[in-house]
Ligand binder design. Structure first.
Ligand code: ADP
Ligand code: MG
Length: 404
């Protein structure tokens, strides 16, 4: 039986087709982390899409339409999530004019015309309610503005959305971009014949979307190290009062199940033994380190403490494959960044094969100055966890395949 990764490696890539004179639509992942003032804090995901975009320009595609989401807007238009914030950076990186398209349906004729070599950037595709529903109407409309579809959005390839999946029903030629191929090759190296012990380090704030994956990956891993807001839900499951900490009540039972599954599969679990707490994230004056059981009333856990850093680092050091997704604390705020940066160094110092995934985690690794010390920086967080689980990601499944 071939593995999910070997199967996915068999998709047709952009290199295999001729884009000359074609109207190419590229699903990119420009979902970059931004600060409160909407400055891009890490443009790695934009840079990661450049080889594919440049290849299409170099091979005389007649128009290139870039489609992406940014954040998770609730409902329709919300200026905070506009891709307009990305346009300038993209123009600078491509050294080429990029035309921003607010409403692709209204501009359909212009995008679909093939008179000039132009690059269009569509507004956040998640402003359309059909995107996350994989709506055939939206998929068809996107299909109508191109001859060739290229998926290069690895970070969203675990989602069955109109622009990552449904569109392929309406376009004859559907291939993978270079980032997708590069990512799958790196995971192939890590997971095809992995070196044990394998440690999965998880953290971050997307608790509901990631916690359910943890039970599924249990048969594949030897150690599960949990920090960040994710660990608050687990500490709550142990019965600790987490006070004002970010955790999800609705997933406390899931956390208990994960702990049981770990025992079943003989996976070693590492949870914070101490945490950094504050009573105000915005004005962090009162900051303390306490045992995980002793979060003070009105305070919240915002980082792992020094004893936890030591514990996690030792568990990491004894691993041969390490996959990390999710920061250990609110690393964007200096006072709460120590745990994340120290774990970045601990993983970076290892002789293991090390993969980090996720927009924020990759940003944290870069800020920690550890980028060069990792074997591979993936643009996908959730996608990498689903790969580890053994799934064929929908974004690959729907593409054309190389002939046998
Ligand atoms: P990634 O983008 O790498 O997949 P997530 O988006 O899941 O990671 O999580 C990153 C976010 O988690 C960061 O913005 C960070 O501030 C937040 N975070 C981590 N730990 C905590 C915590 N203890 N309390 C609140 N937020 C946290
Ligand atoms: Mg994130």
């Amino acid at each position: 039986m071939i593995s999910n990764i070997t199967y996915m490696s068999g998709v047709k890539s952009l290199k295999e087709i001729d884009v000359t004179g074609q109207r190419v639509l590229i699903r990119v992942d420009f979902n970059v982390p931004m600060d409160a003032q909407l400055n891009i804090s890490d443009d790695s995901r934009i840079r990661a899409a450049l080889p594919t975009i440049n290849y299409c320009i170099d091979h005389n595609a007649c128009s290139i339409t870039l489609v992406s989401h940014l954040g998770n807007p609730k409902g329709d238009y919300d200026p905070r999530f506009s891709l307009k914030h990305i346009q300038k950076r993209l123009e600078r990186l491509l050294e080429k004019r990029v035309e921003f398209v607010e409403d692709f349906e209204a501009s359909k004729a212009e995008i679909a015309s093939c008179s000039l070599e132009r690059v269009f950037l569509l507004e956040n595709i998640r402003f359309y309610e059909g995107e996350k529903k994989n709506d055939p109407e939206l998929s068809r409309k996107l299909g109508e503005i191109c001859d060739v579809y290229v998926n290069d959005a690895f970070g969203t390839s675990h989602r069955k959305h109109a622009s990552t999946y449904g569109i392929t029903d309406y376009v004859d030629t559907c291939v993978a971009g270079f980032l997708m191929m590069k990512e799958i090759a790196a995971f192939n190296k890590a997971l095809e014949k992995p070196m044990h012990p394998i440690a999965l380090v998880v953290g971050g704030a997307k608790i509901s979307s990631k916690i359910t994956l943890l039970s599924a990956v249990m048969p594949k891993i030897d150690k599960l190290i949990i920090g960040g807001a994710m660990s608050n839900t687990f500490l709550r499951a142990l019965g600790y009062d987490m006070q004002a900490s970010l955790y999800e009540d609705a997933f406390v039972e899931t956390a208990k199940q994960v702990l049981e599954d770990a025992t079943l599969h003989k996976v070693k679990i590492y949870l914070p033994v101490d945490v950094v707490i504050t009573n105000s994230v915005d004005h962090p004056v009162d900051v303390k380190v306490v045992p995980a059981q002793d979060v003070l009333e009105g305070f919240q856990a915002v980082d792992i403490g020094p004893a936890t850093v030591k514990l996690f680092s030792e568990a990491i050091e004894l691993s041969n494959t390490i996959i990390w997704n999710g920061p250990m604390g609110i690393y964007e705020i200096e006072k709460f960044s120590k745990g994340t940066y120290k774990i970045a160094s601990a993983i970076g110092d290892c002789y293991a094969y090390t993969i980090v995934g996720g927009g924020d985690t990759a940003d944290a690794v870069e800020k920690a100055g550890e980028k060069e010390n990792f074997s591979f920086i993936s643009t996908g967080g959730g996608a990498s966890l689903e790969l580890l689980e053994g799934k064929i990601l929908p974004g690959f499944e729907c593409l054309d395949r190389l002939e046998a």
